[in-house]
Design a protein around this ligand. Structure first.
Ligand SMILES: [Zn+2]
Length: 308
């Protein structure tokens, strides 16, 4: 296992409400090793997959933040395509509860009998427990502040074990069983009364990385607690500061407000996105955010950002 496992997010769409000639509606793909998690699925998501040569085989989880059309109208088409391509394994969908009946109805009226199982989980049921908590990842959702119920998502790697020093292995040639014991936290009996301590024969584990998607939201301080110290966050920045009043009315954020959240949560890097279609030049948004939080970047569609 390499020190830096692939843990990244690829932006598939970052336009708010309506697409522009170079920006699609919201969608992003989180990759962890060979697993793929789709967050939101605006119209045009499938086209981005084709353009970026993204194989959908390992995409087993879809998370929908809220039920505004620009975040999920692409899902029906995506499911149809997976069906046409002969998918058999289940697809797990985490979304607001109301989507379940809607999916059933759309496929009923179009007389489409999806060949693979869709396992649907309502986000409302995960207020106090993670969506996923397995040997690799802990994924949780958290409420944000939008016009309708909306959730953000945080992906956190599970804590890693300390690594055995190379020179120890070369010198003492431990057996597989002994290696297992050391990995589980034990020391090593080198014979002749020589007991080596676990801390002396291992090096510190790489730190745990995390990524948070803050969804569509007004400036909302409870988010800060949810995303503390994340290595990377994506926070919407629909407007620039001159339109702060409009942002408040529409339950969206300005670039400056996104930067404030990043600064207060002491995250590593901030990606801003969900830009209003009115902006051709996004630099003013970047500049106002960087005044507050210098590690701000404009999210670019088609770009893969490592979480490190
Ligand atoms: Zn939106």
């Amino acid at each position: 296992m390499s020190k830096f496992q692939p843990f990244s997010v690829t932006i598939l769409g970052n336009s708010s409400a309506a697409p522009t000639n170079n920006r699609n509606l919201t969608a992003q793909l989180v990759t962890y090793e060979n697993r793929r998690f789709l967050i939101d699925c605006g119209e045009g998501t499938q086209n981005r997959f084709v353009q970026l040569h993204v194989k959908q085989t390992n995409m087993d989880h879809v998370m929908i933040s809220h039920l505004h059309g620009d975040h999920f109208y692409g899902l029906f088409g995506l499911i149809s395509t997976l069906h046409l391509f002969g998918r058999e394994k289940p697809l797990t969908i985490y979304a607001p509860a109301a989507l379940d009946a809607l999916l059933t109805e759309v496929f009923r009226v179009s007389d489409t009998r999806i060949k693979f199982p869709i396992e649907f989980y309502a986000l409302e049921d995960f207020i106090s427990e993670p969506l996923i908590n397995d040997e690799q990842l802990n994924i949780k959702c958290f409420p944000v502040n939008h016009r309708i119920p909306t959730w953000g998502f945080k992906f956190t790697e599970q804590p890693k074990r300390r690594k055995i020093k190379k020179d120890f292995i070369e010198q003492y040639r431990p057996t597989i069983l002994q290696i297992k014991a050391i990995k589980a936290g034990e020391g090593f009996n080198a014979g002749q009364g020589q007991n080596l301590l676990h801390e002396d024969i291992t090096v510190e584990a790489p730190s745990t990385r995390s990524y948070a998607y803050c969804a569509d939201t007004a400036y909302y301080e409870p988010i800060i607690n949810e995303i503390q110290h994340a290595n990377l966050i994506y926070h919407e920045a629909t407007f620039d500061s001159t339109l702060e009043q409009l942002a408040t009315e529409k339950f969206h954020s300005t670039a400056r407000q996104a930067a404030l959240v990043a600064q207060k949560a002491q995250v590593g890097k901030l990606l801003i996105g969900h830009f209003s279609a009115r902006y051709k030049d996004l630099n003013p948004l970047l500049l106002e955010a960087r005044e507050i939080f210098p590690e701000t970047y404009l999210s670019e569609e088609g770009t893969c950002y490592q979480i490190e």
